[in-house]
Design a protein around this ligand. Structure first.
Ligand SMILES: [Zn+2]
Length: 132
């Protein structure tokens, strides 16, 4: 029997608790990483007595820190939004098509707001670029 398309198991009450724990831990981790990132960045900015080579390296490091912070902040936002959905009872539901994301995906990527199909579609749209 091949029922891959409808083989998604629904979430169970214990799954929601597990997802809540994971999301909270992830949010804490991201918050402390962002705080550390900010400390490192301001320490780098404050440290002005460097020669040109060091300044160049510093700029690269600051840029890296910045892009890492942006990634972390975006993930934190999604994590917090997923916690909201969890409290609101819509966790595990795709925010785009309204279908269940499937238990495995919801547990593996609790911060994901889209089902696999929509996530792939969006990735494809991005890959194709604007226009059309
Ligand atoms: Zn969807």
């Amino acid at each position: 029997m091949n029922r891959a398309e409808t083989g998604e198991s629904p979430l169970r009450p214990g799954d929601l608790e597990e997802a809540a724990v994971r999301l909270s831990e992830q949010a804490d981790r991201l918050r402390s990483r962002l705080a550390r990132n900010e400390e490192t960045a301001s320490a780098l900015r404050a440290d002005c007595d460097l020669d040109a080579a060091d300044t160049g390296a510093k700029a690269v490091t600051l840029r890296e820190l910045h892009s890492r912070a942006e990634t972390d902040a975006a993930l934190l936002e999604r994590t917090v939004a997923a916690l909201d959905r969890l409290r609101g009872g819509s966790f595990g539901i795709c925010t785009r098509c309204g279908r269940p994301q499937g238990r495995e995906r919801a547990l593996a990527l609790p911060h994901a707001e889209l089902c696999v199909v929509c996530a792939e579609e969006r990735a494809g749209e991005r890959g194709a670029g604007p226009g059309g």
